[in-house]
Design a protein around this ligand. Sequence first.
Ligand SMILES: C[S@@+](CC[C@H](N)C(=O)[O-])C[C@H]1O[C@@H](n2cnc3c(N)ncnc32)[C@H](O)[C@@H]1O
Length: 292
Amino acid sequence: MKLSFSKAAALSAALFIATPVPAQDIDKLKTGGPYVPTPQVVVDQMLKLGAVTEKDYVIDLGSGDGVIVLTAARTYKAGGMGIDIDPDLVRQSNASAQKFGVADRVRFVQLDVFKADMSKASVLTLYLLPGMMMNLRTKIFTELKPGVRVVSHDYHFGEWSPDDTISFDVPEKEMVTGVPRATLYKWIVPAKVAGKWEIKVVGGETYEVSLRQRFQNITESSAAANGRFIRPQAVALKGGDISFTLPDGKNISRFSGRVNGETMEGMVELPGGKGTAKWTAARTAAAAVVME
Ligand SMILES: C[S@@+](CC[C@H](N)C(=O)[O-])C[C@H]1O[C@@H](n2cnc3c(N)ncnc32)[C@H](O)[C@@H]1O
């Protein structure tokens, strides 16, 4: 017997909050959840929320009939890939790509989403059950490049709070999911900056900076320069972009820059009308990002 999407979602949510679920139902969830297409009106909003353009490579995990990747290719001329466990849906999606004349830009492969190579993605889309979302969270957080936009239909990543959410009426969904609305969530995959950094302003001060990170948020920071303790302020991370200020007495230096793995670089506005200078940073000690 096949589970309806609403029942499977309820079971998956129950599983997530550790409510006992009958063994036979857990087995059904392991099949990955049934195929339920995202309505076209919702697909259009997902791609808008993901700010998809022709420069993007869109990967849909659990791509069904391919509607999300095909729409990205047809409407925005984006490239992309859909991944689905069901060979018939994959065949159908590749046939649609041919029919719509977008097979040179998009392809569909039969694979378990947990084995997917997502390294080419600039946008990742999902319409998967809550339990699967939670199981995929670490893979998505750690394997995608900083700055990748992740857009999900109806289900989220628990404690990894979204950077944006929209919700709107979709009457035709009531028949399928029991709810006549769609909620879309968007995350911007953050750079991983937890740890200690040595920041050098070219021709100026050197700072030792310590950062703690929970998902995309910097939860604690401290700095020192020549034995002086400095409390960083307005530390913000968005994808690979970082900004913060270092107030040293009455002098406030405003930093902005890019994170590139174990290094950072950018420009700093110096205090007292001294103009701007380049800065570079290297990580001197790594720390784990808190993911709970
Ligand atoms: C709710 S449908 C979403 C289809 C499409 N993304 C959309 O939004 O229209 C979920 C899809 O995920 C696929 N799926 C479920 N578990 C999977 C897994 N472990 N690996 C790959 N695909 C999976 C199902 O076959 C189904 O087509």
